[in-house]
Design a protein around this ligand. Structure first.
Ligand SMILES: Nc1ncnc2c1ncn2[C@@H]1O[C@H](COP(=O)(O)OP(=O)(O)OP(=O)(O)O)[C@@H](O)[C@H]1O
Ligand code: SF4
Ligand SMILES: [Mg+2]
Length: 382
């Protein structure tokens, strides 16, 4: 870790995101949410964390309906091909300037969902709408102009940074591909501005990825994503490979950039505390399906689904009076090749009702009208 990373954070973008005025909102056509995809699209967004950062309540920027991704997998050389349902019938949306947190155990389909909704992986079923345009079947050439607006930040930026390219070339390449600089000098100026915006010194432009620490490499990854002026970024475990002391810096950088550029994030993480801090809303995924989606505060306080309850009970709590009974998750996550019948969580669920939970699949639905808290469970209150 370097002094730079410890002490030299870029200045925070301190201005509040400009909220649309009432008149502006009224002049917008409100998005008409499809059944199950976002009945709460017109809700006032929840404040996130300590700071009342507010998301835009107009039409969602990203919307997916009944999205599924099935991988054919073969066991052994002559084994028969079976279908692995990594993402199963997922409907969700992300508003402008909003963070949707996505949590769930390893292998539950978070990365596949993130990549599928960017069309980095082709969906098997369902529909993806980006800024009002159905992109599900757009050809790659027609998708190209939209690619610029949808970026991804990886857990390990090193593997996605060309080791033979300088930082100037890496960030400049993104500008060239999308023709975002009209001359070499403009490109140079833009790269320098981006590099300094993410908290690196201009000298970094002449250096190679291996010369940087993990946190600095993540800053380069963020600069590259930012270069093309995106609206939506899938942040796939952006801090989990970083030293704990660096994680907060990268999280705060992402939040400042969100405020400054009104970015929307799908924020995937195993760190449930961080997800609570950064997210306006949170979606909980189990075996390819969403089992609970709610404004962050409501989800962390109420945690209706037994799976959410078990996941969140593992978060350490500083105040002993607020300590929760730890709910242990028993058994391994079942295989998505052969998922359990009915509610896929039933073999591990302490509330499972024989004859119902192992037979019927609960729909993701709002518990109380207007609560915007949706749960897929037959016994959410017990
Ligand atoms: N290309 C692929 N071919 C076959 N199966 C795949 C492929 N990609 C992912 N899978 C499977 O899909 C399921 C979901 O994987 P995914 O990587 O999306 O999970 P995840 O929630 O991101 O896990 P983690 O938290 O470990 O990153 C897993 O069972 C995984 O093995
Ligand atoms: S539907 Fe049944 S098995 Fe599934 S989480 Fe609810 S109580 Fe448990
Ligand atoms: Mg993943």
């Amino acid at each position: 870790m370097t002094d730079r990373e410890q002490n030299d954070e870029p200045e925070s973008g301190s201005q509040e995101p400009s909220e649309a005025s009432t008149a502006e909102l009224q002049s917008e056509t409100y998005w008409d949410p499809p059944a199950g995809a976002g009945a709460d699209a017109d809700v006032e967004p929840e404040p996130r964390g300590e700071v009342a950062r507010t998301a835009d309540k107009r039409r969602p920027l990203v919307q997916v309906e009944r999205l599924s991704k099935v991988f054919p997998v073969k066991k052994g050389l002559f084994g028969r091909t079976r279908l692995l349902r990594a993402v199963d019938n997922v409907s969700l949306y992300v508003r402008h300037a909003e963070t949707l947190g996505l949590v769930g155990e390893s292998g539950c389909g978070k990365s596949t969902l993130g990549r599928t909704l960017l069309r980095l992986i082709e969906p098997s079923f369902g529909r993806i709408v980006f800024d009002g345009e159905d992109i599900t079947s757009l050809s790659q050439s027609r998708l190209r102009p939209l690619r610029r607006r949808m970026q991804i930040i990886f857990q390990d930026p090193y593997s996605s940074l060309n080791p033979r390219m300088t930082v100037r070339a890496i960030v400049g390449e993104a500008l060239q591909i999308h023709k975002l600089a009209s001359s070499r000098s403009e490109e140079e100026a833009k790269v320098e501005a981006l590099i300094t915006r993410v908290g690196l010194r201009p000298e970094a432009m002449n250096r190679y990825p291996h010369e940087f620490s993990g946190g600095q490499r993540q800053r380069i990854g963020i600069a590259r994503a930012l270069a093309v002026e995106p609206d939506f970024i899938v942040c796939d475990e952006p801090i989990s490979a970083l030293d704990v002391s660096i994680q907060a810096q990268i999280v705060n950088l992402l939040l400042d950039l969100q405020d400054e550029y009104r970015l929307s994030y799908l924020f995937i993480s195993h760190d449930l505390k961080v997800v609570e801090y950064v997210s306006h809303r949170v979606a909980v995924m189990y075996l390819g399906r969403l089992v609970e989606v709610a404004p962050a505060k409501s989800l962390y306080e109420r945690r209706y689904h037994p799976y959410t309850r078990a996941l969140l009970s593992a978060i350490p709590v500083a105040d002993p009076s607020k300590r929760r009974l730890r709910v242990l998750l028993e058994g391994d996550v079942p295989s998505p090749i052969d998922p359990p019948s009915g509610c896929a969580f039933h073999p591990r669920c302490p509330r499972a009702e024989p004859g119902k939970c192992d037979v019927e699949t609960p729909a993701l639905q709002e518990l109380e009208p207007g609560s915007h808290h949706r749960v897929a469970c037959f016994h959410p209150h017990t």
